[in-house]
Design a protein around this ligand. Structure first.
Ligand code: AVI
Length: 325
């Protein structure tokens, strides 16, 4: 009995909720390319190479969100834990290598850690190694695509929940989709639940544009890598050298936009379709919305959270919000 108990607490469990439907993904890609303007969903940026390029972006001095958010967590974790409460089920909605949540384990002392990512395969190694470090925390890896709907399996447990959504990933939703998503987060948090979320703030255009168009061209590679994905998934004939990475701050919409801009007139051809692009025409690949503190606070309240607290860095560039239900 004792042996069974020990094993249960030291082996993470894995649940894959959603299976990739490659025909549906191909259709989505083709429909985006045929749109006006042409677009590709940012979720296609994250293949194996794209995910590594994104990790490299987070190391760049120009890409401040990761660094500033980490400093906010380090500085204020104690207060955050005092408000959120210790001993909860910590549900990490953008887990990846689980590193950000793991840094909070000592202070939050979660009973259970539920790591969610698009595929459990991304979580296996990191969760197994974390489990060895923290044998007393029950660990569950969930493979789910919550961009359409946020549902968790019964393995996520019933205890008091703290949802964790760092990195300003909320900025990659349109404001209306962000509201829809945060309402679902509120529902999943349940009575007494809370949300800890990182949010990038509006700031001067040159700082924003440099963060998304770094001199080392890592972000350009991240964006251009999408063309390799198009070629692999659609059997397309895009040439990387025919496109240029463009990142601009659209002030009225309060968002950074990433585009792939054709350097010359060309036609993309794939099985079952084609798209002509004039020289200078763009494929829109990502939006990253930037909020004001008041605007995001309002969004949390509109989503059904009753109380909010936030922490901002000295340069007012990034905020971490803690919203309680
Ligand atoms: C993942 N997401 C929050 C990043 C962002 O800042 O919008 C993705 C990214 N795109 C270019 N650089 C980073």
């Amino acid at each position: 009995m004792l042996v069974a108990h020990t094993r249960a607490m030291t082996t993470p469990r894995f649940v894959q909720l959603h299976r990739e439907d490659s025909a549906a993904l191909r259709l989505e890609l083709a429909q985006g390319l045929l749109g006006e303007p042409a677009s590709v969903s940012p979720k296609f940026l994250y293949d194996a190479l794209g995910s590594r390029l994104f990790d490299a972006i987070t190391e760049l001095p120009e890409y401040y969100p990761t660094r500033v958010e980490r400093a906010l967590f380090t500085r204020h974790a104690g207060t955050m834990a005092a408000i959120a409460g210790r001993g909860r089920t910590l549900i990490d909605l953008g887990a990846g290598n689980c590193e950000k949540a793991a840094r909070l384990f000592d202070v939050l002392a979660p009973l259970r850690y539920v790591a969610v990512d698009i595929s459990v395969d991304y979580l296996r190694e990191s969760l197994a190694s974390l489990q060895r470090q923290y044998p007393g925390i029950e660990m569950v890896g969930v493979g789910a695509d919550f961009s359409a709907a946020l549902t968790l399996p019964p393995e996520a447990g019933r205890g008091e929940r703290l949802l964790f959504y760092p990195g300003s990933s909320i900025g990659n939703f349109t404001p209306i989709d962000a509201l829809r998503f945060l309402r679902q987060v509120r529902a999943v948090a349940g009575p007494g639940g809370a949300l800890l979320i990182g949010v990038d703030l509006v700031k001067p255009k040159p700082i924003l544009e440099l963060a998304y168009d770094d001199p080392l061209k890592v972000t350009a590679a991240f964006n251009l890598n999408l063309l390799r994905r198009l070629n692999a998934m659609l059997g397309c004939d895009a040439r990387i050298e025919d496109f240029e990475h463009v990142a601009l701050f659209n002030e009225p919409e309060s968002r950074i936009e990433m585009h792939l801009q054709a350097r010359r007139a060309l036609t993309l051809r794939w099985v079952g379709g084609e798209r002509a692009l004039a020289a200078g025409e763009r494929i829109h690949t990502e939006n990253s919305y930037k909020y004001t503190v008041d605007g995001f606070d309002r969004l949390l309240r509109d989503s059904g959270f009753a109380r909010t607290t936030h922490w901002i860095d000295d340069e007012q560039g990034f905020a971490v919000f803690l919203a309680t239900a």
